[in-house]
Design a protein around this ligand. Structure first.
Ligand code: NAD
Length: 494
């Protein structure tokens, strides 16, 4: 086994050398990542095909182009992001400098997941690099070909001292987690998320946990059923349902369920033909254990659509289950496969109660034409994020933070939020030796008195902010001038 003490020490020394503080160095690394994706696109598609039999279009849209856009977004904005912030000052600090510096944490660990094995590893890595950290990369061993490819490519393109790749399974991860990191970013199951959190806690290391759960999809009777079915099935079927924010189950009335099923049969035939297994557009289940788990979930339910499978290829037909109760096995765990149960409910209130009686989901979907119904659910269901009248798509909006809540995770990333995640905001109040400042604050020094307490109290008192008309600045300058004149006069007169 690799000596992890050495790996982390090397990265720590590289961080201490100050290399990653240089924004130009960070930009060169991000550019190198972009070059790596461009030059090895075919190899990445081949590895995704080998691990998941992922169709090329899905490789491009949800993996490689997604990553490219994220890298470009960093390159376009990093020079603005890294600037120290100068927050608004209150009256008491008018003469001071109030600054927030952006500090990298140090050496961070990024652990990827197998279902989107390239982008779920490299998007957080890019954010960590943008923020100036050194990163130990741990690809998921479960996507074997992609993990191997990352182990080969990353050292060719990124600085070897700052960005080591560690491959391996549970024993290696267990050892690696004994190391002290300055930040840990983990994507994967809630069960392993707890293990990571516990290990991080040993060193009080801050974490982001991008976990999973059952993401519900509520459809009311006003929804355009043709479009709804396409959008729900697309969200369920990309990567054969092995997507953390795939719509896990549907909540709707009996009437909507009947319409959904009729339309779903049409759509699935249109998309995949009569012999669905022969379609090149359906990914395979990652491994035999996951395949068997999914088959057991189908066996214990009423199949309305699909239901066939082929163990030799780990193929499962898109399958819709009906007469599903909240207590059924399929409703006890995240499905993570092409199976879509429908739970009947009568109205939005029932849907809210159903969702809120379970762990908080990573994503929630609502299909309705009535804004009041949409608001009712968005305002009363705590979830990592929402897409209304579609599925999955909020993950592609990089001005929205992506992350879970409760058992679906903690922290978030994407776009600037990723940079923020890996940045410590270091506060700095800078004073000078100005006579006026010293005079105003001199009441803090002993000997204390009632008069000093009262003057300090009124100086420090929180004041309602001035209306934002830049009037506050003008007034502050005016007050400053008057005070200066008075003090000068007072000091001279003395
Ligand atoms: P996993 O958590 O089971 O495995 C992830 C990694 O953890 C493995 O590669 C392994 O190295 C390590 N690991 C496993 N067991 C361990 C143990 N006992 N001790 C130490 N390390 C251990 O996750 P997975 O099966 O790869 O991913 C599926 C889950 O991830 C789903 O729940 C899904 O929703 C979630 N997910 C979430 C997101 C997100 O962005 N929120 C994205 C993708 C997947």
């Amino acid at each position: 086994m690799v000596n992890y003490d050495d790996v982390v020490l090397k990265a720590r020394n590289a961080f201490a050398s100050g290399k990653t503080r240089d924004v130009k160095f960070r930009i060169r690394q991000i550019e190198a990542m972009l070059k790596m994706v461009d030059e090895y696109e075919q190899e990445m598609i081949a590895a995704l095909e080998k691990d998941l039999r992922r169709p090329k279009q899905e490789c491009m849209i949800v993996e490689l182009d997604f990553l490219r856009n994220d890298l470009k977004n960093i390159l376009y904005n990093i020079n603005d992001w890294v600037k120290p912030e100068r927050p608004e000052k209150t009256f008491v600090n008018l003469l001071d400098d109030v600054v927030i510096y952006h500090d990298p944490y140090g050496v961070v660990l990024v652990m990827g997941a197998w279902n989107y094995p390239i982008q779920l590893l490299l998007v957080p890595v890019a954010a960590a690099i943008a923020a100036g950290n050194c990163v130990v990369l741990k690809p998921s061993e479960i996507a074997e070909s992609c993990s191997k490819l990352m182990g080969e490519l990353v050292p060719k393109y990124l600085d070897n001292e700052c960005f080591p790749v560690v491959c391996g399974g549970i024993p290696e991860t267990t050892e690696l987690l004994k190391q002290r990191f300055d930040y840990i970013f983990y994507t994967g199951s809630t069960m392993v998320g707890k293990i990571v959190h516990k290990a991080a806690n040993e060193h009080l290391t801050p974490v982001t946990l991008e976990l999973g759960g059952k993401s519900p999809c509520y459809i009311d009777s006003t929804a355009d059923i043709e479009k709804t079915v396409r959008r729900v099935l697309w969200g369920k079927m990309i990567n054969a349902g092995q997507t953390c924010i795939a719509p896990d189950y549907i909540l709707c009335s009996k009437e909507t369920e009947d319409k959904f099923i009729t339309e779903a049969r049409k759509v699935l035939r249109e998309w995949y033909g009569d012999n669905i297994k022969d379609s090149p557009d359906i990914s395979r289940i990652i491994h035999q254990r996951a395949f068997s788990r999914l088959i057991n979930l189908i066996k214990s339910s009423d199949v309305a659509v699909g239901g066939s499978s082929d163990a030799s290829e780990r193929f499962i037909e898109p399958t819709i289950l009906t007469n599903v109760k909240g207590t059924d096995p399929v409703m006890q765990e995240e499905i993570f496969g092409p199976i879509l149960p429908i739970v009947r409910i009568e109205n939005a209130f029932e849907a809210i109660n159903f969702i809120n009686s379970r762990e908080k989901p990573l994503a929630c979907y609502v299909f309705s034409k009535i804004q009041k119904q949409i608001n009712l659910i968005t305002q009363n269901v705590p979830a990592g994020g929402f897409t209304i009248n579609d599925t999955i798509m909020h993950i592609g909006v990089d001005s929205l933070p992506f992350g879970g809540i409760g058992y679906s995770g903690m922290g978030n990333y994407h776009g600037k939020f990723g940079y923020d995640t890996f940045t410590h905001r270091k506060s700095c109040l800078q004073k000078n030796f100005n006579a006026l400042g010293e005079f105003l604050a001199s009441g803090r020094y002993p000997p204390y008195s009632e008069k000093k307490t009262s003057i300090l109290g009124s100086l420090l008192a929180k004041r309602r902010p001035f209306p934002k008309l830049y009037f506050s600045h003008i007034l502050a300058v005016g007050v400053g001038v008057v005070v200066t004149l008075l003090v000068n006069k007072y000091i001279h007169d003395k």
